[in-house]
Design a binder for this molecule. Sequence first.
Ligand code: ADP
Ligand code: MG
Length: 728
Amino acid sequence: MNKLRFQAIRDAVNRLPKPFQSDQKKSTLFASRVFTKKAMRTFLTKQAYKDVAEAIEKGTKINRTVADHVAASMKDWAISMGATHYTHWFQPLTGATAEKHDAFFDMDRNGDSLEYFDGSQLVQQEPDASSFPSGGIRNTFEARGYTAWDPSSPAFIYGSTLCIPTIFVSYTGQALDNKTPLLRALNAIDDAATQVAKFFDKNVTHVHATLGWEQEYFLIDKALAASRPDIMLAGRTLVGHPPPKGQQLDDHYFGSIPSRAINFMRELEYECMLLGIPVKTRHNEVAPNQFELAPIFEEANLAVDHNALLMDIMGKIASKHHFKVLLHEKPFSGINGSGKHNNWSLQTNTGVNLLSPGKTPMSNLQFLTFFVTTIKAVQNYESLVRSSVASAGNDHRLGANEAPPAIISVFIGSQLLAVLDDLENVSKGKLSPQEKTDLKLNVVGKIPDVLLDNTDRNRTSPFAFTGNKFEFRAAGSSQNCAIPMTVLNTIVAKQLIDFKAEVDILIKSKKLKKDDAIFNVLREYIKTTKNILFDGDGYSDSWAKEAARRGLSNLKKTPEALSVRMQDNVIDLFDSLGVMNPVEQKARYEIQLEQYVQCVEIESLVLENIAKNQVLPTAFKYQHMLVETASGLKQIYGDSFTKHAPVAMETIEQISTLTDALTSSCAALAKARTKANSMSKLYDRAQMYAKNVLPVFDNIREAADALELIVDDSTWPLAKYRELLFLR
Ligand code: ADP
Ligand code: MG
């Protein structure tokens, strides 16, 4: 009897839900552990508050005196809330979040204790975090990076620690984190979109990107997960036979949420509320034990921080409920994996959503401008958009008939397609008054009605327009949204800058009126963006062929997707907009390649261990039992015993065939890994892992999963899919 597995099953079955109830109203809880503007107003002097508010809104610098004020009030507030420590909270290139706690405590010269935290601790820290990946930006002799306060994301208290959101940069000013490039990209789109929005409304002085993410995840009983080295070390199952019942009945999707899961969600949502994460929606997803959580959208920088924070606290709260949260993109074979849709739009300081059609023809022309420009940006940089979601985990998902393909295309729906068709036929140069009236009344003017009917959402599209925002659906569930958000905001910023320049030229040199010029530029954009628009089934083989004909990339694996980042036009793009210089870009490229290699290498070692230490011995034991059965029968029946035990004999042979296959595949895996590791160039190594190492996984899995079906259930060492996915 396999003790570990059976104990885990017993524990899971007997586990009582840990009820979570809070009588506090959500609205009174919200952000009560955040140093919000309201808290600042209470704790800061009027002038200090004004300076900080301005810095948050306009990105201006905060001087040292104000920083001291803020620090003092932040400390008072935090201590009044029971905090004992503070930390600069940052997002290094590992993709996770990092923190190093210091106590609000120091000693004076007399050895007396005092509470200590001033502007210098708030504004800058040296975490000496030299073990984080830096892609060669920091040589070890000057290894120190420092974290610097980001006033645009408010400080919060988690547990008893005041967490101050920060950026992480080297002493030479190079960004060592995911957040710095994001902030720069958000600045770039603010400038570019404001310039274009001014064509329509002079009062616009700022535009911020908005992000509403939708987080998918699995919940697995902690004890069952602990019986599986693959889940514990790689976050996903590397072997495991699909259960007879998976997701074919679609009975989990939007079904009633299991009580253990609901209790976990309640506590998670409660914590989110305290921390100011505006979570709103929860539901079962398609696969058994798969769920989704979505907030109300926010300014993109804050939304990115909130998602990073959420991923961290999910794990902690799950643990209290004896769950393990799986954020891996493909934890189980044969059922859906998890993604993280990024809903994105642009909002002006005047409160207008630039991707939402308005009430007047002019506001609709504004909508069309931002809508078409975004499509054009995606068309120009489709492979970069693909590369922004590249990871070993996500490779299992993209294009696997459950998630958008690795081919990037844009879905806009038939009605908007018809509007673009009409706009494409606008005359060149100056428009006649009749044509203009016609356009305004019959094309642009009709958009709001049109969108109300635009319900035919295409679920297979990686980049879909959904009425008042674009939804980028290819991001992976474990990913830090900063990377896709940096890419998306940068490419759209670039296109908006080009758009503005083209319109200005037509106004100045061709003496066109502003709206004539805009129509003219949009017409050209529409003509050149047809390749990226696709309304059909993104999962179909015919689309892959059609996309190749259109010249769209189909980068199935991470190494080739990452190589896009090193193309000259991409390097120039980020450099020219001040988002990342070439050194910072190369560093990220190398770090992500390295992460890919390490991830597949670890998985291959875990798989080999499981095969050799768990599957093989179990199979041999069972085979030995069969051999004993057969020899017992031989004693009874003599040489004719095979007639009496055909199944035993057959199974003995099957096990021999499968254990041979398993052993030789393990040897092939080790050989492929050694060869890959001998490659001196990182890119070649990554390619080897993708092309030579990963495919061997399938052979091992095939043999192991076949053995799982043959071998006595009571001796199998690993929790099975039916237990992982259906015990709750
Ligand atoms: P779905 O059908 O994909 O579930 P929803 O209408 O429920 O779509 O919205 C999904 C997400 O879109 C939510 O997280 C929501 O906050 C976000 N969202 C809505 N409007 C915007 C916007 N203007 N900008 C960014 N995100 C938005
Ligand atoms: Mg969605």
